[in-house]
Design a protein around this ligand. Structure first.
Ligand code: GRF
Length: 213
């Protein structure tokens, strides 16, 4: 007797720009590092986002909801409806340059992931890599976290750290952080999709299931 295969975890990816994190996740899926996970919809809020074109080139399902000129509540309601229609399990923010409305966050509790290019809680907000460089931080990195109602604040799923080199400038540091992001996001998605974790206060604790349990 074979037990039926688990249905894949369905990702909805939201982006506004370049889309290199989307491409890294798509590559992880293609290369078998994210088994049982699929990108079910890529949603952009900016018509000429290069990430939207890249998603189309990969043959991924895409949707465009232009946010400019619309209220946050209206725009988010349309995006949430699209995600529901595609039966999304996890919402992946990949360079989505929008604050989310409380209603949107409440609709996907602990199901929205974001990646931020600093070791939170240091350097939240825009241009985190430049902030870290200008501050003189000796260690930099990236954070994947659940999204809550505060900016760059939710429970941390994982972080990757790198040294800031004496030879770095803000550009080289950003590029090396981005390379870490591309590893971190897939790893975090695998951990969350695997479901073997608990959240205790602010702590994400991995709990591998016992064989035969
Ligand atoms: C990344 O640096 C990510 O940490 C931040 O926005 C950037 C998106 O880059 N949230 P890309 O569009 O995935 O290339």
């Amino acid at each position: 007797m074979h037990s039926p295969p688990n249905p894949p975890t369905r990702l909805g990816v939201l982006l506004s720009g370049r889309g290199s994190n989307l491409l890294a996740i798509a590559r992880s899926i293609r290369e078998g590092r994210l088994p049982d996970i699929e990108i079910s919809i890529v949603i952009a809020n900016v018509p000429d986002a290069p990430g939207l074109a890249a998603a189309r080139d990969l043959g991924l399902p895409t949707a465009l909801y232009v946010s400019r000129g619309r209220s946050r509540a209206e725009h988010d309601a349309d995006v949430a409806e699209c995600l529901r229609r595609h039966e999304i399990d996890l919402v992946i923010l990949a360079g989505y340059m929008r604050l989310l409305s409380p209603a949107f966050i409440a609709a996907f509790p602990n199901r929205i992931l974001n990646i931020h290019p600093s070791l939170l809680p240091a350097f939240p907000g825009l241009d985190a890599q430049h902030q870290a460089f200008d501050y003189g931080a000796r260690i930099a990195g990236c954070t994947v976290h659940f999204v809550d109602e505060h900016l760059d604040h939710g429970v941390i799923i994982l972080q990757r750290a790198i040294p800031v080199l004496d030879t770095d400038d803000a550009g080289s540091l950003s590029a090396r952080i981005l390379a870490e992001e591309h590893i971190a996001y897939s790893e975090a998605i695998a951990r969350v999709a695997g479901g073997e974790y608990t959240i205790a206060g602010r702590r994400f604790i991995r709990r591998p299931s016992l064989p035969g349990a």
